[in-house]
Write a protein that binds this ligand. Sequence first.
Ligand code: NAD
Ligand code: ZN
Length: 342
Amino acid sequence: MRALVKSRREPGLWMEDVPMPETGPNDVLIRIHKSAICGTDMHIWNWDAWSQKTIPVPMHVGHEYVGIIEKVGDEVEGYKVGDRVSGEGHIVCGHCRNCRAGKRHLCPNTRGVGVNRPGSFAEYLSLPATNLFKVPDGISDDLASIFDPYGNAAHTALSFDMVGEDVLITGAGPIGIMAVAIAKHVGARNVVITDVNPYRLDLARRMGATRAVDVSREKLADVEKELGMTEGFDVGMEMSGNASAFRGMIDSMANGGRIAMLGILGEDVAVDWGKVIFKGLFLKGIYGREMFETWYKMAAMIQGGLDISPIITHHFPIEDFRQGFEVMGSGKSGKVILDWGV
Ligand code: NAD
Ligand code: ZN
């Protein structure tokens, strides 16, 4: 089969022939229809320090996808050939304390599809059936193919009650922008998002942000005044991985504010801990998606009228994957979907 392979220890991915993935008795074989490009795939494309120590070479990558089940292992129950599925990209052990307690997103033995094992930029993907998510009718293939990052946004956004609250999101990447739409959908009052990228701030406005703030030109404190906020934000979602954005968030929170942290900050990020302590802030780290409570809520929110479709800004046939990665790397895109043409 064909796949986008990291076959050399240098920037890029290459379309190559690779063996069909093996499927065990508890696995299914998925024929991939669409696979979207994630920020992680950009890191792998660019062959940065993280990728160099994490990604085995050669291996094909990708982990955001939708497809159709083509083969079902003998022990698999509840799925059949022809089912339209996406899947949870975190493969967990099933026997650790967290897994046994139903908190699979906290498994210390997690392995990533398209990171530690072959991924979805391929004609076929083998996946344990326990990781499948059957896509309800009425949810498009395009939307289903971005359930993984939509799930990061949903897991973060649903961590704290936002009804009537003033919400600050730092980082208008695809995930931050989807979090805007979710926050509005579940009843937040003001949803303010920050970035330094005008294209993405504009997209965030179209997805319902009360204010999309370019922090290189405008002060968050002025925006708070303009919105009549006197004590700061109630809920924060850090989705930039940028140190100064995180510090700015801590400054802008109300006493007792709650912060969910998805963006991956460097090890050496210094924070004024006095502010965290004296403001009585709550900080919660977010990894992946809750299996499968987040997935259930993602589908239900779309069925209930949440529209995240404007975040999908580009489609390319898989043969034009280079253009797809180029657009994604330019910062002038939301989600970019590669289509296998089936
Ligand atoms: P992204 O890189 O596309 O978006 C980050 C955005 O932050 C960019 O638009 C960038 O311009 C913006 N930014 C840079 N400096 C800023 C500043 N000073 N203030 C405000 N914004 C600033 O990333 P994404 O795909 O949307 O993902 C968001 C973050 O979540 C990334 O850090 C990613 O690595 C992380 N992530 C974490 C998990 C997890 O499980 N914890 C999963 C997926 C992604
Ligand atoms: Zn486990």
